[in-house]
Design a binder for this molecule. Structure first.
Ligand SMILES: [Zn+2]
Ligand SMILES: [Zn+2]
Length: 433
C-alpha cells in the first residue's frame, strides 16, 4: 500500500473529531454520490414519503455469528452487509453470502470498530467486490480497525463517513436514513455506532448497532421518527440501552437480539429482555439461529433457522421455507403444518396442512401468548391440503371443526399469538394477530 493514502484516511478521521469534518473524504466513484445529505440542515426528515415499491421483496438476515453482529440486506439483486462478527466469523459470513449467490456487495457498513462487529471485515473485503464502505468515522487504535482501513485503502474502496441526517442510496425503493453518529462524537465507541432506519413501503427496521441510552435520547431529541416494526436491539440487549421511553417510541412488533450463547457479558440482560418481551415478539440468534425477515413493503414474515418458527403480522399468510435443512427431522412436517389463521374477535384458530401427506395431530397442542390456555388434540389426522378450525366455545366436533368447550374467551382482542406444538412439545408454528 501507499502509506500516504493510509495516513490520509487516518488524518481525515482525526480531523472529523476536532473540526467540522473532512469534506473531501477519500472518495468516490465518479458515477454517483452514494450518500446524499438529506438537506442543508441536519433537521431530521420525519415525513414518510412517496417511494414507489419495486414489487421486489426486501430481505434482512440477522446472521448468527455468536457474540457479535452481522446483518445482510438484499433487494432486487443488490446487497448491503452491516458488520461482520468477530474475526473467526469472517468465514461463516462469507459462506452465508456465497450461499445467497452474492459476489458483489453494494455497501458494507461498519457500525463501530469493536471486534465483534468488524472482526470479520478483512475476510469480507478480500472475498467480495465492495462498491462502497460506510464507517462511523470514529477512530480506534486497535489492530483490527487499522487492518480494515489498510485493506480498504489498498483496494481503493470508496470510503464514506456516516453522519446523522444522511441517506444511503442503496435502492430507489428503500429509504435508508442515518440517525447516528451525530456531528459531535460521543466518547463512547458504542454510542458512535452507525444507526440506520430502513423503510420499505410501510415496513420499517431500526438497526441500532451497539448504541445505548445516550444515543437513544439524542435521536429522540433530534426529532427522528423512530417508530419501527422491527428493532435490532442495541448492544446485544445489555443494560446500557433499550430505555423504557425509547422502546415505547419505537413500539417494535418484533425485536431481534444478536447475541452468543453463554457469552461472558450476561447478554441479554434479564430486565431488558423482559421489557422487550412485553413490548414485542423477541428473536435471539443464540436460540433461533439466523433470523430472516422478508417484506414486500406491506407485510413481513419472520423465519428462523433453528426452530423454523414463522410469524407474520398479516392474516393473509403464506408458508415460507426454512433457511436451512439442518433442523429438518424426517416426517416432522413442521413447515407444512402451521397456524394459518387466528381470529381474535370470533374466537377461533385454524391449522393448515399444505404438505402432500396427512399428519397426525394426536397430542399436539395450541396455546395462546403467555401459555394461559392449552388445547390438546385427541387422535386426529389432518389430511394433505386440509384445514381444521378450533373454536373457543362449546359445540359438537365435526371433521374439520373442533370446540375447546370453554366458557370464556381465550384470545385477547388487543393482540395475541397462537402457538402450535407437536406431541413432543416442540414449537412448530406461531401466528401473531
Ligand atoms: Zn457489540
Ligand atoms: Zn461495541
Amino acid at each position: 500500500m501507499k502509506p500516504s493514502q493510509f495516513t490520509t484516511v487516518i488524518f481525515c478521521l482525526t480531523l472529523i473529531l476536532i473540526a467540522t469534518g473532512c469534506t473531501d473524504q477519500k472518495e468516490t466513484s465518479p458515477k454517483e454520490a452514494p450518500i446524499e445529505t438529506a438537506s442543508e440542515q441536519t433537521t431530521p426528515t420525519t415525513t414518510q414519503d412517496t417511494i414507489t415499491l419495486s414489487g421486489q421483496n426486501l430481505t434482512i438476515h440477522f446472521l448468527d455469528v455468536g457474540q457479535g453482529d452481522s446483518i445482510l440486506l438484499e433487494i432486487d439483486g443488490k446487497s448491503m452487509l452491516i458488520d461482520s462478527g468477530e474475526s473467526d466469523q469472517g468465514k461463516v459470513v462469507t459462506a452465508y453470502l456465497q450461499d445467497q449467490g452474492i459476489s458483489t456487495l453494494d455497501y458494507v457498513v461498519a457500525t463501530h470498530p469493536h471486534s465483534d462487529h468488524i472482526g470479520g471485515m478483512n475476510e469480507i473485503l478480500n472475498n467480495f467486490q465492495v462498491e462502497h464502505f460506510v464507517d462511523s468515522g470514529y477512530p480506534h487504535t486497535s489492530k483490527t480497525y487499522e487492518n480494515m482501513l489498510t485493506t480498504i485503502d489498498q483496494k481503493s474502496i470508496p470510503f464514506q463517513v456516516a453522519q446523522a441526517g444522511q441517506k444511503i442510496d442503496f435502492d430507489p425503493a428503500v429509504d435508508i436514513e442515518v440517525l447516528n453518529p451525530a456531528k459531535t462524537y460521543s466518547e463512547d465507541l458504542n454510542e458512535n455506532s452507525v444507526v440506520l432506519k430502513v423503510t420499505y413501503g410501510t415496513t420499517s427496521f431500526l438497526l441500532m448497532g451497539d448504541a445505548g441510552l445516550e444515543t437513544e435520547e439524542r435521536i429522540m431529541k433530534a426529532g427522528y421518527n423512530v417508530d419501527s416494526d422491527i428493532l435490532k436491539v442495541g448492544h446485544h440487549a445489555s443494560r446500557s440501552g433499550s430505555g423504557t421511553s425509547f422502546i415505547s417510541a419505537v413500539s417494535p412488533k418484533v425485536s431481534v437480539i444478536e447475541v452468543g450463547a453463554g457469552n461472558d457479558y450476561g447478554h441479554p440482560h434479564a430486565e431488558i429482555l423482559e421489557k422487550l418481551q412485553k413490548a414485542s415478539k423477541v428473536y435471539r440468534t443464540d436460540l433461533d439461529g439466523t433470523i430472516t425477515v422478508t417484506t414486500d413493503g406491506s407485510t413481513y414474515t419472520v423465519t428462523t433457522e433453528k426452530t423454523g418458527t414463522i410469524s407474520s403480522r398479516n392474516e393473509a399468510y403464506t408458508s415460507t421455507d426454512s433457511t436451512t435443512e439442518e433442523s429438518e427431522t424426517p416426517g416432522s412436517a413442521k413447515l407444512t403444518v402451521y397456524v394459518s389463521d387466528l381470529n381474535l374477535q370470533d374466537e377461533w384458530v385454524r391449522i393448515s396442512n399444505t404438505g402432500s401427506s396427512p399428519v397426525s395431530l394426536n397430542g399436539w397442542k395450541i396455546e395462546d401468548e403467555g401459555n394461559k390456555h392449552t388445547y390438546t388434540f385427541q387422535p386426529y389426522t389432518l389430511n394433505a391440503g386440509s384445514t381444521v378450525t378450533v373454536f373457543t366455545g362449546k359445540g359438537i366436533n365435526s371433521a374439520t371443526e373442533f370446540y375447546w368447550q370453554l366458557d370464556n374467551p381465550v384470545w385477547n382482542n388487543d393482540g395475541d399469538a397462537a402457538y402450535l406444538y407437536d406431541n413432543s412439545g416442540k414449537l412448530i408454528s406461531k401466528l401473531e394477530s
